[in-house]
Design a binder for this molecule. Structure first.
Ligand SMILES: Nc1ncnc2c1ncn2[C@@H]1O[C@H](COP(=O)(O)OP(=O)(O)OP(=O)(O)O)[C@@H](O)[C@H]1O
Length: 257
């Protein structure tokens, strides 16, 4: 049977350079709706750059990157691609949530204010509706009692959970996570991973750059090992982690597992 679903993310020969540094070298990847893709790999292998290309923070040089059937940054008409105007590109980007290693909350706003800011400003939601939704989201990330706290009054794990709620407040169809637990003290990692597991269980499509191999093993539908800007190996996470086929994957895993 042929697979007729439109992939949520489709990368076909995606390449990206910074000057003479070719950071992504013809990446092919597919994430179907409701799936979780985890990307692992050494520092500098291009993992963040790949996420940033999906989220319009970087522009690909060659190949084609699509989200839910739309080419990122372009409108397709027949065989031709036309670059999107900033407003149209902003519409595409709004449908993608991104969570960074450093939580990037607005420091002068409370947790609740951080969450309602974009829905009101960008989506034109009424304050009452935005607060109602933010209250639900704070409950979902286990922070019902922290809405009036400023980021400086929250632990790193709590701040990251607010950052997840803030991204979800825009009702994204895709969530990108760039090493969301790497900046956290070890005892705070679990609470963030638990929220992410819940999100995956609810059917959210997610691309997660992570060093948390246990999370990848448990939650990912597919695990990709990137090194030197190429996808070296990919497949079922249990297979890749327990029985890596490529010598570069074996060498990396022997250092991190
Ligand atoms: N804006 C930029 N300008 C120039 N070079 C960049 C830029 N962003 C990334 N790079 C380079 O691209 C390469 C890949 O970086 P990237 O952050 O994508 O790797 P990574 O696999 O996510 O690494 P890490 O795990 O350390 O975050 C690195 O050599 C980095 O220095």
């Amino acid at each position: 049977m042929t697979d007729t679903k439109t992939p949520m993310v489709l990368a076909e020969g995606v390449s990206k350079s910074f000057g003479s540094n070719e950071v992504l070298k013809s990446i092919d990847l597919k994430v179907n709706p409701g799936e979780v893709l985890c990307i692992i790999g050494p520092s500098g292998s291009g993992k963040s750059t790949f996420l940033r290309c999906i989220n319009h923070l970087e522009r690909v040089d060659a190949g084609r990157l699509s989200v839910d059937g739309e080419v990122v940054g372009y409108r397709q008409h027949g065989d031709k691609l036309y670059e999107l105007k900033p407003k149209e590109a902003a519409r595409q980007r709004r449908e993608i949530g991104m969570v960074f290693q450093r939580f990037n909350l607005f420091p002068h706003m409370t947790a609740l204010e951080n969450i309602i800011e974009a829905p009101i400003r960008v989506k034109g939601l009424s304050k009452a509706k935005a607060v109602e939704r933010a209250t639900e989201l704070l409950a979902r990330v286990g922070l019902s009692d922290k809405g009036d706290h400023y980021p400086s009054q929250l632990s790193g794990g709590q701040q990251q959970r607010v950052a997840i709620a803030r991204a979800l407040a825009m009702d994204p169809k895709l969530m990108l996570f760039d090493e969301p637990t790497s900046a956290l003290d070890p005892e705070l990692v679990g609470e963030v991973l638990d929220v992410m597991k819940g999100l995956a269980a609810s059917g959210m499509t997610m691309v997660v750059v992570t060093h948390e191999m246990g999370f990848a093993r448990e939650v990912a539908d597919e695990l990709v090992f990137m090194d030197g800007g190429v996808v070296v190996e990919s497949g079922d996470p249990r297979e890749v982690l327990s029985n890596p086929q490529h010598q570069r994957t074996q060498a990396f895993l022997s250092k991190v597992l």
